[in-house]
Design a protein around this ligand. Structure first.
Ligand code: FES
Length: 196
């Protein structure tokens, strides 16, 4: 079986999950292939879109051949491109604090360095009438992208500011500590996937 990954031709003896093939090439699978993060993006016209793709990608992205790799199998003749982890440049943060403020249908995420200074703020437009699932799905991907952009190793502290009905959607009744700010001190990707 022959596959081209970022311009390199590879030969495989057996059928394999695409994840196994692409990890050695530096593709990141933040949720370990559990279909929760939408971050294992590749460009590959030879793969049919799945329900997972439809959940995380727009119709326009799917039309351009963007796919998520973690629910696909490798097959002969695929030509795959993606941005590998290595070679990323820029400002790196070993640790960071995060404030997530949700007002009406906009989520404001503020990434702070250890001196409490804002490094970058992003705004996420939430779907009208969001539910727990669509709220989480909307927030998780841009937050992971923000952490990846600054190579944040550890998310130190998280503070969530939102009205009670929104906090209820995110955390059920168990949200008081988040509104005061919690020390999470865990790998950034894990923090986003488990806490948001
Ligand atoms: S690795 Fe998270 S959706 Fe594929």
């Amino acid at each position: 079986m022959k596959i081209t990954v970022n311009g390199k031709n590879c030969d495989f003896e057996m059928q394999a999950p695409l994840k196994e093939v692409l990890v050695p090439f530096g593709l990141n699978f933040p949720c370990k292939g559990n279909g929760k993060c939408g971050r294992c993006r590749i460009n590959c016209m030879g793969l049919s879109a799945t329900k997972l793709d439809e959940r995380f990608l727009t119709a326009e992205e799917i039309g351009r051949g963007i796919r998520l790799a973690c629910d696909k199998q490798a097959k002969d003749g695929l030509v795959i491109t993606f941005q590998a982890l290595e070679g990323k440049q820029g400002y790196k943060l070993k640790e960071a604090d995060v404030t997530l403020k949700i007002i009406n249908n906009v989520a404001f995420v503020d990434l702070l360095n250890m001196e409490g200074k804002s490094v970058e703020k992003i705004e996420i437009i939430l779907p009208i009438g969001f539910t727990t699932r669509t709220l989480r799905a909307s927030i998780v991907k841009p937050m992971l992208e923000l952490f990846e952009k600054y190579s944040v190793a550890t998310a130190n502290r998280l503070e969530v500011i939102a009205e009670e009905n929104i906090l209820n959607l995110l955390y059920g009744g168990d949200y008081e500590s988040y509104t005061e700010g919690v020390n999470i001190g865990m790998p950034a990707e894990e923090a986003v996937l488990n806490i948001i």
